[in-house]
Every structure is written in C-alpha cells, then in structure tokens.
Design a protein around this ligand. Sequence first.
Ligand code: SF4
Length: 233
Amino acid sequence: MFYEVVGKISIAAIIMALGLIFMTLILGTILVKKNRLLFPRVLLFTVDTFYLQLKGVAHFFGMSPSIVDQIGIEVRNNLNLNRFSSIKSKDRILVVPQCLRSIKCPARLDSSVGVTCKGCGMCMIKEVKEEADRLGYGFYIVPGGSFVERIVKAIRPQAALGVACFKDLNIGMHSLSKANCLVMGVPLVKDGCVETTVNAKDLINVMRLGIERGIEDVQKGCSHELGLKDAKS
Ligand code: SF4
C-alpha cells in the first residue's frame, strides 16, 4: 500500500514536471520569436528548477539548447527592469567578460579586481568603461562567473548589469539573484573565447536606464535585443 501511494505520487510529480517543461519551451519560444511574455514567474521557476531537463528536451526536439538560457535572461530582464531603473548608479556595477578584449590588449589580470583597462582603444571596452565611469558605475572586466560572485560578495552592490554569452549570463544572473543582487543582462552578439562582441549601443542604453533614459525609450530602442517585452502574468 505504502509503495503504491509513493509510486502514484512519483508518477504525478513526473507528469507535472514534464507539463511545466513543455509549457516553458512553448511559451519561451513565443517569447523569443514573437516578442510576447506570458507567465514570467512560472517560466523563471521552470528554467531555474529544470534547467538541464529543459536543455535535454529542447535538444531532443531539434531546438538549440541555448533557447533555455535566452528564456531565463529575457524573463529576468523584464521582471527586474523597473527595480533596476530605480537604483542609483553608484549602487550598480557593470561586469563585462575579458573575452571582449583585443588579443593585443596591454592590460593585465589582477586577482582581486580583474583586468584594469588601459584605454588603448583596441576594443569596445574603452567606450563602455568611459560611459560607466561617467555614469558612476563600478566597472569590472572579469575572467569568469566565480570572479563576479567574489566581487558581489565583497562590494555588495544593489544591482549588477552583466555581459556574457547566453549560458554564462543566464547561470550568472541566477546565482547573483540567489545572493540578493538585482541583475540585468545583455548577451554577447558574437561569442567564443576571444574578441567577442556586444552591441555597445544596447548596453549603454541599459546602463543609462533610470538615469538619463526612461524605460519607454529603452523598450522602443532595443527591446528585441534585450528581451524587454510586454509582460502578461
Ligand atoms: S581598450 Fe582596454 S580592455 Fe580593450 S584592449 Fe585596450 S586596454 Fe585592453
């Protein structure tokens, strides 16, 4: 009798999990392709809880597994947009990956603060850093996700704006959220290990959010790239 009840509960739990996974892939595809966000909190719960299973199912149906990361990033960006806008720039940090640098970058990696840009102009970081400095952000060029977690632990910013490939960005946004840091993310438009690219205009638009640029402006100007949709929950 006991095992029968346990068996029935297990089967019901598996069916519910599969239902959530399929629903998330369908709604996530609508989000990514049609620019429409439905049930964001359910999507986020499923992406965070069934991350690997979602990737497996997406792969099984011939979808790119990175769609799971894209869904996580876009949902978080939408949910956090208003709160991020209300946080002062001095309480925000901007974190970009060192792979954005030129392969000829003269700057060196420091184990406590990351890479300190020398402003040589051989990559887009110079422009982004200048804007971050002008707005009052803390600015970091980091070698990886664990470095970001260390910085957040040490500095305790109220919000972090991150740049990375889909997978690293989604995982990073998830872990910083658990550490009570409000996160926004701008994905790379060309990833890889060296000389990657981010859309500097989109990134600067988000940096200025709530400071020199209204939410509506950002939604009009770069909503597609950043996944800032009309949310319905
Ligand atoms: S602009 Fe800064 S990060 Fe980019 S290559 Fe030059 S020193 Fe390195």
